[in-house]
Design a protein around this ligand. Structure first.
Ligand code: IVH
Length: 669
């Protein structure tokens, strides 16, 4: 490969890996399995090793992914939070122990631990008291999630015992037990919220919630595996962990000191099957050098210690028969092929279906109906077919012909050049697209209309009561009551909720319209720049793309949405019902009691949410600020306000107002 080609491939891989990092760390919604992710990283690493001049400090091979979010205050890690080198192969593990033993000049003690699959956390304790808990962030600095961490019962807020350093850091993994995860997902599905892909995503998503009460209700757990301090009580990792356990930290019982690779392998092999009996997920075993002196001698690479390695278990695979392929049409018209499989048990549940993504994926697998296929559960909930057992193919096998017309409305399918998916262009009449748009319109983050879940929308659609989202505003209780499983009370609730949706602000209405590529954030930006729908309808491509966050893809999608006469008619009807299609003028403050005041909101509240307090401050002419300084007027202090903030406020002489005092100040109580 020429250097120019390598550069191109390297850049492509980096972009792809960054995108997966973002999905994994920030969105908590990975679309590929850890194994496939590791393969991408290995491919990049191999290429970079061949062309070392192309390595930059920004490459994902040189730094860890980042989970940082704007909503949290960030602090530097006293010691960087590195990741671990990992392997799926026994040979590579043997290379690791050989290398280590060569450096040591003889046999070495290893500590084998379970590799917990959750979200890592780093907690600083000062004089025995929990001071701060940070997420891994970008490895250098992390998000301050102390308030959330304090709700986890297995985390000591204060430690007691012998040999406790004045200041130390304890690192561990925040976990969601599988049983809690399943219960949470069932509840979310009932409320029309997206399910978490796995307990790891649920745990890290929970750590980033802004409401500690909600965190507390999710029953997280934590396992600790790494003690750091300027001076540690013992000379081995194992003894330090055992000491920390005596101080009150939850350290796993399943830790073994192993002498030599054979003992390490037997630990790994026994946990490969035993892990299914644990209440939470592990994805491998971590092997660490026990002696701190030898750890120091081995040192670190830019990204991980040379004194530890993770051996990862491959995702479980089973083989089963592909019975048929069916096709699903989504809200935006995308057609997804789905494999119908002979039911088979895999990693805790029976699998009957697997996604096939698109036509190219089917071709890539060389898949035929009646083939025996290998199925795996990756990062997603829906399992996928990872391979075909070509040797077992017989005369019953039939090539798969991708459908040419929509299974729902028979319109000829379209596949645009450069795109992998087929889609149904019958935007206006294809039932799943119509229903999907209505479901999106009523969803919580859009118009927030209660009682209109997927089933009810389906029912209303079948009974020809609605064809588009404007029809919702014509619904009357008398029409709803006779419907299956409805009743008077639910019907009244639905109609009330529809009326309440007239108060939903313009930016959310824009999001609710379901314009392709216009998500919540883009809708907010657009609403700020084009303060009424009429201004937006009249906007040109140039005007739209002149906004920093709006590229040509979003802009042309907006233009084509409003170029459609039917959409304009629907919008006109929505306007006539009173749906908000403009910003609420120059929002006049309710009062100017807080004029000129810069106010920090901190802690947990009983009477309003933090968001509501922010609004209250703004409505009374004040400004909600996030950084504490001498310019801060006062802190609206709820319960469980962090001790460090309290300390700093006292230092600066900034007053703390309780929730009640604040409400009194603005005349609410
Ligand atoms: S030790 C410097 N021990 O795996 C190395 N990590 O891929 C410190 N993890 O960021 C990590 N179980 O979140 C260690 N027993 C264990 C672990 C463990 C899970 C996580 C941790 C780390 C990641 C590395």
């Amino acid at each position: 490969m020429k250097e120019s080609e390598a550069r191109e491939t390297i850049e492509k891989l980096r972009r792809e890996i960054e995108e997966h990092n973002h999905r994994y760390y920030v969105l908590n919604n990975p679309v590929i399995s850890d194994f496939d992710y590791d393969l991408l990283l290995i491919e990049l690493d191999t290429l970079e090793k061949k062309f070392p001049s192309l390595i930059t400090g920004e490459s994902p091979t040189q730094r860890v992914g980042s989970d940082l979010k704007n909503e949290f205050r960030q602090y530097d890690h006293r010691y960087p939070m590195l990741s671990l080198g990992n392997t799926y192969s026994e040979d590579e593990l043997r290379d690791f122990t050989d290398r280590v033993e060569k450096t040591a000049g003889g046999p070495v003690e290893y500590v084998c631990e379970l590799k917990f699959d959750g979200a890592s956390i780093s907690m600083t304790y000062k004089n025995g008291v929990l001071l701060r808990a940070l997420t891994r962030g970008d490895g250098t600095k992390g998000d301050d999630v102390t308030m959330n961490i304090r709700t986890i019962r297995s985390i000591p807020l204060r430690v007691k015992g012998e040999n406790i350093p004045d200041e130390f850091i304890m690192r561990g993994e925040v976990l969601m037990p599988r049983a809690v995860f399943e219960r949470l997902n069932n509840e979310r599905i009932k409320c029309d919220l997206p399910a978490f892909a796995n307990p790891r995503n649920a745990a890290s998503g929970t750590l980033k919630l802004l409401n500690p009460r909600m965190v507390a209700s999710r029953e997280l757990d934590c396992m600790f595996y790494f003690l750091l301090a300027e001076e540690l009580p013992h000379e081995t990792h194992f003894d330090n962990l055992m000491n920390a356990m005596k101080w009150g930290f939850r350290v796993s019982d399943n830790i073994r000191v192993c002498r030599g690779i054979e003992e390490v392998m037997s630990f790994i092999n026994s946990w490969e099957s035993e892990r299914k009996k644990l209440p939470y997920d592990i994805d491998g075993v971590v092997i660490k050098i026990n002696s701190l002196a030898l750890q120091e001698e081995l040192g670190y690479t830019a990204k991980s210690p040379r004194w530890a390695i993770a051996y990862k278990y491959k995702a479980e695979q089973v083989s089963t028969k592909l019975l048929s392929v069916s096709y699903q049409v989504g809200r935006t018209g995308t057609v997804t092929p789905v494999a119908n499989l002979e039911p088979v048990f895999l990693a805790g549940s029976t699998v009957k279906r697997a996604t096939l993504h698109n036509e190219d994926q089917i071709a890539l697998l060389g898949l035929h109906v009646n083939d025996m296929v290998y199925v795996e559960k990756g990062g997603e909930i829906i399992p996928k077919i990872v391979g075909v057992d070509h040797s077992s193919r017989n005369e019953n096998s039939r090539e798969i012909e991708f459908i040419t017309s929509c299974p729902e409305c028979a319109t000829a399918l379209v596949r645009n050049e450069g795109e992998a998916n087929h889609y149904c262009p019958n935007y206006l009449h294809c039932p799943p697209q119509l229903k999907g748009r209505i479901e999106h319109f009523v969803s919580r983050k859009a118009m927030d209309i209660d009682g209109l879940g997927e089933e009810t929308v389906d029912l209303l659609f079948k009974n020809k009561l609605i064809r588009n989202y404007a029809d919702i505003y014509n619904l009357r209780t008398e029409q709803l009551i006779p419907l299956e499983r409805m009743g008077e009370k639910s019907a009244i609730n639905i109609v009330n909720s529809i009326n309440n949706s007239l108060a939903i602000p313009y930016n959310r209405v824009l999001f609710a319209l379901g314009i392709r590529h216009v998500g919540e954030t883009v809708a907010k930006t657009i609403a700020e720049k084009f303060r009424s729908i009429d201004k937006l309808i009249g906007a040109s491509l140039e005007e739209l793309t002149s906004i920093r966050e709006i590229g040509p893809k979003i802009a042309s999608s907006i233009i084509s949405f409003f170029a459609d006469e039917d959409n304009i008619l629907i919008i006109d009807r929505l306007k006539s019902y009173g749906v908000k299609f403009s910003e609420d003028g120059n929002k006049e403050p309710v009062s100017d009691r807080l004029k000129g005041k810069s106010i920090i909101i901190s802690g947990v509240f009983r009477k309003h949410t933090r968001e509501e307090y922010k609004e209250i401050i703004e409505n009374n002419g004040g400004r909600n600020s996030t950084s504490l300084s001498a310019n801060t007027s006062f802190i609206l202090a709820g319960e469980e306000m962090g001790p460090s903030k309290k300390e700093k406020a006292a230092e600066l002489g900034i007053p703390l107002l309780s929730e009640d005092e604040f409400l009194k100040l603005i005349g609410e109580e």
